[in-house]
Design a protein around this ligand. Structure first.
Ligand SMILES: [Fe+2]
Length: 169
């Protein structure tokens, strides 16, 4: 990710970053830009690769669902409360640190799986079992997933935890 983009996001408010990440989630899953489903079909002859790629997509979808149902609505309200637009409400999960820890452990397993997938892709490429266009498309998806995870781990989550400290003593 470009440093200027990173700096821009760092300066944004917690709810703006959350919305930006939601947009990135949609972009990844809506099958308009990356076409993960059609890529999966093309991997029919490479079962091992197809399986691990399919599992990553499934796990990431499930992970996104949890974030958008549990964590993100709270983050948006937290930012609004910090600007005195709405009153602060203590979450049922006590503190944002709890869902953040859960999400970070998801991130770790997703990152591990993408690491294994990358190795497999390089291997199959060198054996000419898949063509470079398909490999490139899968790699683009992997990079995008990693970018989203990085933005959450390094910018959004620490910023949200810090913001919450204003309210929880
Ligand atoms: Fe995430």
């Amino acid at each position: 990710m470009k440093t200027e983009d990173l700096n821009k996001i760092k300066k944004m408010e917690v709810d703006e970053i959350t919305e930006e990440i939601k947009r990135m989630h949609d972009e990844l899953m809506e099958d308009k830009k990356f076409f993960p489903e059609s890529l999966l079909e093309k991997l029919d002859s490479e079962k091992a690769l197809q399986e691990i790629f399919e599992k990553i997509l499934k796990d990431f979808k499930h992970h996104i669902y949890k974030e958008e149902k549990i964590l993100f609505p709270y983050l948006i309200n937290l930012a609004k409360a910090a600007r005195n637009e709405i009153p602060f409400e203590k979450p049922y999960f006590e503190t944002v640190v709890n869902p953040i820890n859960m999400m970070q452990s998801d991130h770790e397993s997703i990152n591990d799986a993408t690491e294994r997938l990358k190795i497999l892709i390089d291997d199959e490429l060198s054996q000419k079992k898949i063509n470079s266009a398909i490999a490139e498309k899968i790699n683009d998806i992997i990079e995008y997933i990693r970018k989203v995870i990085y933005l959450e781990n390094v910018i959004l989550f620490p910023k949200a935890a810090l913001l919450e400290k204003k309210f929880l003593v």
